[in-house]
Design a protein around this ligand. Structure first.
Ligand code: AMP
Ligand code: MG
Length: 403
């Protein structure tokens, strides 16, 4: 049986990032830049006022006081026509170009207009006060974002500033979700005797979207080879197929055998992890009418499915999208109360992670096993308790993962 890190390595070995493609900047949130971004402007593009006030020669107001002749007013979007000479000033608004001659701005709150003059009463003025020189933050032709940068709002804003209406990225994978199980009914229905709602589909769709993928929900496959085969064939048309249920050792756990018939080559089955041991992963090579498809058989129990997604499926999605590193990155948090660990597998507990003034803390959610979504909904992440029988004390450091 593979360890968690061996399983992650096997996933990475079998997945290559998509080729680069252009998308509209408005659709690029969470995607990974596939080329360096080069600025087509200096920023700021001209020497610029950072405050509403008066453009001056700093020398004229070295001691903070001066009365100057007001010779012009310049608002943002306009260009000054006059030069500031000793004894004169131009009223200027935030964002407007600095007039020639001026090397500082005195803010409007420290001024009083008296007829055609301005009385300034401020602290000592130095060259550069309240203004910024052309090209201070970036230069024309400078590389401002590296290839491989994840695009979050600050990076998107910068790309907009340099005129990138479209950007080269790796696209979002299309990911089919297929729940299996005769006991399942759609969430809009009332379960009959022996039935439960298909909660995994909604959960996995939400996880896919948060990880940057595009979900395609395929509904419920019955525990019957013919129907399962038909549904799996539809899912294999996507870049990835997530099955939930049917991968354990039960009589009707048909997923591995039906996947084998559909030419999906198994990479691994079972991982030394709790919850999530029955996890299955394989790949079907590209065909004439479908792309290479990466297939995960997730255990049916909701919390097992959720944990396996966060550890393994998310890694696969981020790998396809070109994120590097693509695997989950833990932070360290202090355990809030003692915990008796037992078992031969590392366990990922639903957990509540809090940011306190003295650093992150974590409390393990009290739960009734891997079908307990009510308790899991108290969690905002998971905490790794290493394998073995051992006592954890309050204050011990654990690796935690935010969801
Ligand atoms: P299985 O892996 O198919 O043996 O399922 C394990 C447990 O997970 C069983 O109790 C199932 O009823 C439950 N389960 C399976 N699929 C789902 C689903 N889509 N939504 C909620 N629970 C499920
Ligand atoms: Mg089942």
């Amino acid at each position: 049986m593979l360890s968690v890190s061996e399983a992650i390595a096997a996933i990475c070995e079998n997945i290559e990032a998509f080729a680069a493609t252009d998308v509209a900047l408005g659709d690029a949130q969470d995607l990974i830049l596939a080329e360096a971004a080069i600025s087509d402007v200096d920023s700021p593009p001209f020497d610029k006022a950072l405050m509403d006030g008066f453009a001056v020669l700093a020398d004229n107001v070295a001691d903070g006081r001066a009365t100057l002749d007001l010779i012009e007013e310049v608002t943002a979007g306009r260009v000054p026509t006059k030069r500031v000479e000793s004894g004169t000033t131009i009223q200027i608004m935030t964002g407007a170009p600095m007039p020639d001659g001026a090397d500082a701005v005195v803010k409007v709150e420290d001024s009083k207009i008296v007829g055609a003059s301005v009385e300034l009463n401020t602290s000592a003025v130095r060259p550069g006060d309240n203004c910024i020189s052309k090209g201070t933050s970036m230069r024309l032709d400078e590389a401002v974002l590296e290839c491989g940068t994840p695009l979050l709002p600050p990076q998107i804003a910068l790309l907009a500033e340099i005129g990138k209406a479209s950007v080269s990225v790796r696209r979002r994978p299309q990911i089919a979700v297929l729940a299996t199980g005769d006991e399942l009914v759609p969430i809009g229905e009332t379960p009959g005797p022996g039935q439960i709602r298909n909660s995994n589909e909604a959960m996995l769709v939400a996880q896919i979207q948060r990880a940057g993928g595009e979900a395609v929900a395929l509904g419920i496959a019955r525990d019957e080879p013919e129907h399962l085969r038909e549904c799996i064939e539809r899912g294999l048309g996507c870049d990835m197929l997530l099955l939930s249920g049917g991968v354990s050792a039960g009589k009707l756990d048909l997923v591995p055998s039906v996947l084998a018939e559909a030419n999906v080559g198994q990479i691994f089955h079972k991982v030394r992890v709790k919850p999530g041991k029955p996890l299955w992963f394989g790949v079907r090579s590209e065909t004439d009418d479908s792309p290479r498809c990466h297939v995960f058989g997730l255990p049916g129990n909701p919390v097992s499915s959720m944990v396996c997604f966060e550890l393994f499926v998310r890694t696969a999605i981020r790998r396809l999208m070109g994120d590097d590193p693509c695997e989950p990155r833990p932070i360290k948090a202090r355990l809030d109360s003692p915990h008796q660990a037992k078992g031969d597998r590392p366990t990922y507990f639903p957990a509540r992670i809090e940011w306190t003034p003295s650093g992150p803390t974590v409390s393990l959610v009290k739960w009734h096993g891997s079908s307990d979504l009510r308790s899991t909904a108290q969690a905002n992440g998971m905490a790794l308790v290493p394998a073995g029988d051992h006592q954890l004390a309050a204050g011990d450091s654990l690796e935690v993962f935010e969801w």
